[in-house]
Design a protein around this ligand. Structure first.
Ligand code: ADP
Length: 557
């Protein structure tokens, strides 16, 4: 813009200067010409006066004295009598010459025209003499041109000076014009004190500024909404462009996938993680296909779902979502294992029962053995019944369903009742069973808590040593009721301690069977504790036996 303003101002003034110089030269030329015409007329009159005064004797000397001017003497009939440049005899009749005709008619005549003789523009002045002849003085206009031409260097110097001045002025004008424009505060367009012509433009810029600000704040709001959703979601989210560059990656993705230290947003997803499933998901989606596969990452199950992002029929990127499906997978695995285990556990006693019954039915058994077989059938049936009962209890706890409503329960009282229920077993195993502690009341489901304590105490007796002891203690532990069941029994090796709460897990299968165990007692106990939002843990104790610790929140319902 500066250049344009400068060029406009400069060329306009340059044009003005040159045109002015030409006009001035033209005026000077025409003034000089006028002056020359007057001088020429004056000269012709002087010549005529001299010729009139001196007579014909001096005529030739007078005529010869004019060396700068062409002089022609013409007779009244137009015959050329004398010419200072050419031989008069060669010259044609001059009666038709405008100045000659005028002089013959009015006494004086002037004409400006091109002279064939001189080959130039010429001023002719003719005066009629007293003897009737006409004397003519002719001067070329070249003097006027020479005068103008002689001044050309000065004119050129003046033009150059004026052009320089105009360039300086144009620079100053340009600066003055553009300075306020350059200083416009586009952030606050209406606060600018500038040319009135700019007001509509500044108003438009102000309106656009407001619109842009609104757009930006909308975009920022949406961006922060997206960020807070993406960052707080439980699923991993990786957004890529069509070239595989990572546009956005949330906190959960960093946690799930081992992210490279070298990675920075904007890098290719290869830099983000070495995880093969992510790479497969990303490349499939960028190729325009949907992807869905399960994979284990660091021992946990995840589902990788990837889809291309399409806009106007073109793939502009891909979105990869990583779902944590570990719990579901584990539950599914547990269910599968549980079904397989249940079938197996049910099959064992049933096979025994049907085997003994068949022997009796086919009368293969000796009559003396029949009572023994009948006893075995009874024992296996009892085991089967216990197993079915435990499975029912577990499935009820799985569903979170209970038979009765929550109520205030005295845990110490339940422990004493449990001891009474197990009195026969205590006696059979000759163990010393002690219940001690304080009265702690919790809100809970009595049947479920009784079942839990029964199973723990039953195990403490079953897996005890001859003449061992069991100590059940109830105490307050802050907001919790703490129950410990400690025995002096066979103990549980540390590597089994985490697994004994699994369904059908037994440290010693034959021992468990021999004692009528189903392998579900501790699973039921753990579910019962969890049902009351409590915990159950196991540890070894100084006697080599085992201590189970249960913490139940008092206020649970
Ligand atoms: P089970 O019906 O076999 O007793 P549980 O689920 O009650 O099943 O217990 C799982 C396994 O944990 C038992 O088979 C046994 O090996 C072990 N166990 C449980 N309680 C004790 C304990 N007090 N002392 C030693 N081992 C125990």
């Amino acid at each position: 813009m500066r250049k344009r303003i400068f060029a406009n101002v400069f060329f306009l003034s340059a044009f003005g200067i040159i045109v002015s110089a030409l006009l001035v030269s033209l005026i000077v030329y025409s003034s000089f010409l006028d002056e020359q015409k007057k001088n020429s007329a004056y000269e012709a009159r002087n010549l005529a006066a001299a010729l009139n005064a001196e007579g014909e004797q001096e005529e030739s000397s007078i005529l010869a004295s004019y060396t700068d001017t062409r002089i022609t003497l013409i007779a009244a009939d137009g015959t050329v009598l004398y010419d200072s440049l050419r031989s008069a005899a060669e010259m044609e009749n001059h009666l038709d010459r405008e100045e000659v005709a005028a002089a013959l008619l009015q006494g004086e005549g002037q004409s400006v025209r091109r002279s064939e003789t001189l080959g130039m523009q010429t001023i002719y002045n003719a005066v009629r003499l007293e003897n009737g002849n006409v004397v003519r003085a002719a001067q070329t206009t070249s003097k006027a041109w020479l005068f103008v031409w002689g001044n050309v260097p000065y004119i050129a110097a003046i033009i150059a000076l004026m052009l320089l001045l105009s360039a300086i002025t144009a620079t100053a004008v340009t600066k003055k014009l553009t300075q306020p424009i350059n200083g416009i505060d586009l952030d606050n367009p209406l606060e600018n004190d500038i040319y009135g012509e700019f007001t509509p433009l500044l108003r438009k810029i102000d309106a656009q500024n407001k619109q842009i600000k609104k757009h930006i704040s909308d975009i920022n709001r949406k961006q922060s909404e997206f960020e807070s959703i993406a960052q707080n979601m439980n699923e991993g989210l990786v957004l890529l462009n069509q070239h595989g560059k990572v546009l956005s990656v949330n906190r959960r993705s960093y946690e799930i996938l081992s992210c490279s230290d070298l990675f920075e947003p904007g890098d290719h997803y290869f830099m983000f993680s070495r995880n093969l499933m992510l790479r497969e998901a990303a490349s499939t989606a960028i190729d325009g296909k949907s992807f869905e596969k399960k994979a284990k990452v660091d021992g946990r199950w995840y589902q990788f779902i990837a889809n291309p992002v399409i806009s106007d029929g073109k793939i502009i990127g891909a979105a990869v979502i990583i779902l944590d499906i570990n719990d579901k997978e584990e539950t599914d695995t547990m269910r599968r294992e549980f079904s397989a285990n249940v079938s197996h556990e049910l099959k064992t006693p049933l096979t025994a029962i049907s085997g003994y019954a068949e022997i009796i039915e086919n009368k293969i058994a000796k009559p003396d053995d029949v009572p023994d077989f009948a006893h075995k059938i009874c024992r296996e049936s009892a085991r089967l019944l216990a197993l079915i009962e435990d499975i029912i209890k577990l499935s009820r706890l799985d569903e979170g369903a209970t038979v009765s409503e929550p109520e205030e329960i005295d845990i110490l009282g339940i422990c004493i009742e449990t001891k009474e229920q197990l009195a026969k077993k205590i006696e059979e195993h000759s163990v010393d069973f002690e219940v001690k502690g304080e009265r702690v009341v919790v809100r809970g489901v009595v049947s479920t808590l009784s079942e839990m304590l029964y199973n723990l105490c039953d195990n403490a007796i079953k897996y005890n040593k001859e003449r061992g002891s069991v100590e059940v203690e109830v105490s307050n532990s802050g907001d919790f009721c703490k129950i410990t069941v400690a025995d002096t029994g066979i103990g549980i090796a540390p590597e089994h301690r985490q697994r004994i709460f699994e369904r059908f897990y037994r440290v010693d299968k034959s021992h468990s069977r021999a004692t009528g165990g189903t392998g579900l007692g501790l699973s039921i106990a753990m579910h019962a504790a969890r049902f009351h939002k409590g915990t159950i843990s196991v540890s070894g104790n100084s006697s080599g036996g085992t201590t189970f610790t249960v913490l139940i929140p008092k206020g649970n319902g």
